[in-house]
Design a protein around this ligand. Structure first.
Ligand code: PRX
Length: 659
């Protein structure tokens, strides 16, 4: 983000007060901030009390060995019981849990809480019969179909930690996650629907299984849902149809309570090195904060609201705000399989109108693309049911915020800009819809019970009107517990930057405006945010240098009006690749396809520049700042620390001559 846009942002002076009726009936009111500040642990204990515990905890927080936290020590509960059975026991079995909307327009399925209980129980029994026991790990690689949720909850029910891998990730990415997680079983489907066509998933699982196997880990079973009916390869010794083992399983299953710190899931996310980090979330604290924040930030009234979060279950947002938070709260929600604009550009708005959605949660990148298409498309649909809108994943620019509020929300709806991360597990910084006067573009303040600060390099809180690093100054219930199998990396990545102060370093830059409200500005490390998806520069660089024609590569995130940031790669080719002259366009395409196959379509560079050299300091560190200047077509900044200052001229000259 340039200094100019930054200062424009910070002069934003529009304010949107909460609607009076919403404020009067809000689940969480202004006094919550003081209550939490006076007794933080007591505040979280009250939030935990919203769940059903088989055994109550004896201690709220054990922080005796920081940064390794234990919450609700000694407590025992079952996540699936909390998300499903207890609602049925409370007489809400007929309430719709999921209004599933498939991509083929005629594909619909409503799942009540009673049906969800039966489906999850059957899947839990089937997993047990396949040999999955408490503590065994399961990978899930599925489209947005109800079975994906049944699978996650079935794992939780039997205490088998899951890792859900986004269906858009490649076989390579899936294979390395399966291997790192040592998944005993993989749950997948033959394929899913994408823009009207069946697209395969199972072949990637077959390939990933081979990749894991070559690194010494063998998957025992692959459980396959038949979704598209397309032809797939079948290995009798490993592959099992979901309809063969789940449909015939008993719908009765007694959930066993697990320790509050029992691992619930691992979500892999990009870090500053090439290897994705397995972020571990556990049972009691995670569910407490996911459920509480969902009820608090979206002011959920489970008996009347219809909630819809457009994320994919392959991301943390899908975990906390489609599966665990909403279901623990007994919400009724829309689950949508398809893309926003297929078969027509107003598909989302048509679904909102049809299902009378009241709370809608999506990402700024989607809002920006709808803005481009024009207001006429949403205007064709009656969206008067909406009462709260949410945004997540990247900074929302004020114009997108105002458009969202005005065009989608009819100027009635508060917009909650929610800041959080895979690591935080739940929303940390956000307006409260019944309390906060919203300011377009600002995530405002830390939620009650959360302590965030913006600090200088030295770890000192900055005054209003200044910027710095976003840190969290005390532990929170849904915090990551470690990086799967790598405690040292956990400490190094998050807790060593401000070791003395004991702060969690989020990796984001932020600024406090003159009122003391917080603006998240984006990553300060080598992590990019493309359409709200986190990508590591190093991971893409590793993918590029694994191509035989590439000698060296440097990747930067360049500002992009549609996707927030876009991947721009600078590549030095090997001499052998250029020996017979180079077809630059051919090579660029080849490299781009290579990144796609190594990581997935989301990592595909917007642009690849073939360069003779890369700008490096005398100690050999690549100066990405200068490459970002080139990628964003700015004048190149200070080059005095370069080992060879003529290099930037070479790169910029190459740029001027290439198209
Ligand atoms: O840079 C911040 C950005 O997304 C990062 C976290 O990405 P991930 O772990 O994939 O989780 C995304 C969904 C929670 C953050 O470090 N980010 C997330 N929400 C916001 C945001 N940046 C600005 N404003 C937000 N509301």
């Amino acid at each position: 983000m340039t200094e100019e846009t930054l200062s424009n942002l910070l002069h934003e002076n529009r304010r949107f007060e909460p609607p009076a009726d919403l404020a009067a009936a809000a689940n969480v009111k202004a006094d919550a901030y003081d209550a939490a500040a006076a007794d933080r642990e007591g505040f979280w204990a009250a939030a935990a009390d919203r769940l059903s515990w088989a055994t109550k905890w004896d201690r709220v927080l054990d922080w005796d060995n920081p940064p390794f936290a234990k919450w609700f020590v000694g407590g025992r509960l079952n996540v699936a019981y909390n998300c499903v059975d207890r609602h049925v026991e409370a007489g809400l079995g007929d309430r719709v849990a999921l209004h599933w909307v498939g991509e083929p327009v005629e594909d619909r399925r409503d799942v009540t809480y009673a049906e969800l209980q039966a489906e999850v129980s059957k899947a839990a029994n089937a997993l047990t019969s396949l040999g999955v026991a408490t503590g065994d790990t399961v990978a899930i690689y599925m489209p947005m179909i109800p079975e994906a949720i049944f699978a996650m909850l079935a794992c939780a029910r039997i205490g088998a930690p899951h890792t859900v891998v986004f269906g858009g990730f490649s076989a390579e990415a899936l294979g390395s996650r399966i291997e790192d997680f040592k998944a005993k079983v993989v749950i997948t489907s033959d394929g899913g629907y994408r823009r009207g066509a069946a697209s395969p998933l199972k072949p990637a699982v077959d390939e990933a299984r081979g990749i894991a196997s070559r690194s010494g880990h063998d998957v025992e079973k692959v459980l396959v849902v038949r979704r598209t009916g397309q032809d797939i390869a079948w290995d009798e010794s490993v592959d099992v149809w979901w309809h063969d083992v789940v449909d015939s399983a008993s719908p009765e299953h007694t959930p066993e309570p697990f320790d509050a710190e029992h691992p619930l899931f691992v979500m892999y996310t990009s870090g500053t090195t090439g290897k994705p980090k397995g972020i571990l979330h556990t049972t009691g604290g995670y569910l407490t904060q996911a459920a509480f924040t969902h009820w608090e930030v979206f002011d959920l009234k489970p008996e009347s609201d219809v909630y819809w979060c457009t994320a994919d279950i392959g991301w943390i947002t899908g975990h906390s705000y489609i599966v665990y938070g909403p279901l623990a709260n007994g919400a009724t929600q829309v689950l949508y399989e398809g893309t926003p604009d297929f078969p027509e550009r107003g598909r989302w708005w048509q679904i909102i109108a049809e299902k009378k959605v009241t709370i809608f949660y999506t990402a700024p990148t989607a809002i920006r693309s709808f803005m481009k298409q024009g207001q006429e498309i949403p205007d064709r649909h009656d969206m008067s049911s909406l009462r709260i809108l949410g945004s997540v994943g990247e900074p929302i620019n004020p114009e997108a915020y105002v458009w969202y509020r005005h065009v989608i929300g009819g100027d009635r709806t508060p917009v909650v800009d929610t800041w959080w991360q895979t690591e935080t597990g739940a929303i940390m910084i956000s307006p409260l819809p019944g309390v906060t006067a919203g300011k377009p573009g600002s995530a405002m303040t830390a939620l009650p019970g959360v302590t965030a600060e913006v600090v200088s390099d030295e770890g000192v809180a900055v005054p209003n009107g200044s910027g710095g690093y976003l840190v969290l100054t005390s532990p929170w219930p849904s915090m990551l517990r470690t990086i799967w199998g790598d405690d040292e990396r956990y400490v190094d990545t998050y807790w060593s930057r401000f070791r003395e102060e004991g702060f969690y370093f989020a990796g984001d830059g932020a600024k406090l405006d003159e009122d003391g409200d917080l603006w998240v500005l984006g990553r300060v490390d080598d992590v990019m945010n493309v359409s709200g998806h986190r990508l590591s520069t190093t991971e893409i660089e590793s993918a590029l240098v694994s191509h035989p024609k590439v000698a060296e590569a440097a990747v930067v995130g360049a500002t992009d009006p549609d996707t927030g940031q876009a991947v721009v790669a600078f590549v030095i080719l090997r001499e052998t690749a250029t020996a017979d002259g180079v077809d630059l366009t051919g090579i660029e395409k080849e490299l781009s396809d290579h990144v796609r196959s190594q990581i997935g379509p989301i990592a595909k560079p917007r642009q690849i520049m073939i360069v003779p050299e890369l700008p490096k300091t005398r100690s050999g560190k690549i100066m990405r700042r200068l490459l970002r200047d080139v990628a964003e077509k700015r004048e190149v900044g200070d080059t005095t620390t370069l080992a060879d200052s003529s290099i930037m001229e070479l790169i910029s000259a190459g740029q001027a001559t290439s198209t």
